[in-house]
Design a protein around this ligand. Structure first.
Ligand code: NAD
Length: 323
């Protein structure tokens, strides 16, 4: 299949590109490299360095490449930036999405896979949430992800574009950007590799469902390849992508400190990593968020294949090698 991956130079997008290439698909990437990097992708892949809001350029890329599917990862993904700059957030996450959807239907592209978010849709939940849980996004980022899913419904009804919205939990893994506000695993890795203590907000008893990036990429590949016959009459399916297993930030810090401590020791670094430093709470942080991905297992045959420890070990190695 011919597939366009928007945001393909980013953390999750680049793992999707790898998975698609391994499956023998033909890939082109649209990415403005605002948070992504060309280091994340193989050299021989075509990367169109443009903004998804550039309607004419996006249309031209679709027209020339004639993709069978588009996997849309490009987004403004900072919750706090969305609060500060809701206009910018909507510009990238709504108008950017519409630019891609318009180009897709104009070229008879058959499938859209959309990166949505379980965390921002379901809010505080102590039991793994199902897709039927009421969506109540509070931040502009959450609102634009929810609106994105509604746009998929419209394009399916109006143009027959079959779409899959994948509602990710907290994704982590190699290539995650440690300079953002999310991505606690990447941030802690960076702090430990600099020999610093991890900085934990509040008491650290914030429970999250951590899912490994390459597992999320496998879900995207399955959604791209899903047969049209698998869709019900509404032609859009929303699926949670997570593990259903909760881990709080304190446990996560301890696990990562152990992994990176061992790597440092093997490299002859004798200094023991200091324990965590707790700062003030971050206003608005959810206490608990977990996803039930049994529907994704039924529809896509997808299950996460990496345990948290396996993922953390691989991620620690990657950051260590890159240091
Ligand atoms: N990381 C998570 O835990 C998580 C959770 C839920 C949903 N998501 C969603 O998954 C997707 C990928 O996130 P990620 O963690 O890989 O982030 P990322 O920042 O690594 O990737 C986003 C990519 O999109 C590109 N991009 C951003 N704005 C663009 C624009 N206007 N035009 C063209 N390219 C643009 C960036 O350069 C980057 O390569 C996003 O849609 C995000 O909202 C991520």
């Amino acid at each position: 299949m011919k597939i366009i991956v928007t945001g393909g130079a980013g953390f999750i997008g680049s793992h999707i590109v790898d998975a698609c290439l391994r499956a023998g698909h033909d890939i082109e990437i649209i990415d403005n490299l605002s948070t992504g990097s060309s280091e994340n992708i193989p050299r021989d892949i075509t990367v169109h360095r443009i903004d998804i809001r550039d309607v004419l350029a996006v249309a031209e890329i679709f027209k020339t490449f004639q993709p069978d599917a588009v996997c849309h990862q490009a987004a403004q993904l900072s919750v706090s930036r969305s609060v500060r700059e809701p206009l910018l957030d909507a510009d990238i996450n709504c108008l950017g999405l519409l630019s891609v959807l318009d180009a897709a239907v104009a070229t008879d592209c058959k499938r859209m896979v959309f990166a949505s978010s379980g965390g921002v849709l379901y809010g505080d939940v102590t039991e793994p949430a199902l897709e039927t849980a009421p969506a109540n996004p509070l931040s502009p980022y959450g609102i634009t992800k929810w609106a994105g899913e509604k746009y998929l419904n419209f394009f399916a009804r109006e143009h027959g574009l079959t779409s899959v919205a994948l509602r990710y939990s907290n994704v982590f893994g190699p290539r995650q950007n440690p300079h953002g506000e999310a991505g606690v695993v990447a941030i802690f890795c960076k702090q430990f590799l600099n020999g610093h203590a991890a900085h934990i907000n509040g008491d650290g008893k914030y429970v999250r469902d951590y899912v490994y990036g390459p597992d999320v990429a496998a879900a995207n590949l399955a959604a791209i390849e899903l047969s049209k016959a698998s869709f019900a009459s509404e032609k859009v399916v929303s699926l949670n992508i997570g593990t259903g297993i909760g881990t709080d930030v304190n446990e996560l810090e301890e696990k990562l400190r152990t992994h990176i401590g061992l790597l440092r020791e093997c490299a002859g670094e004798r200094k023991i990593l200091p324990g965590p430093e707790h700062g003030p709470e971050r206003v608005g942080d959810l206490r608990s968020n977990l996803l039930d991905a049994s529907l994704a297992s039924n529809v896509l045959g997808w299950k996460p294949t990496h345990s948290l420890d396996e993922g953390l070990e691989a991620t620690s190695h990657w950051f260590f090698e890159k240091k």
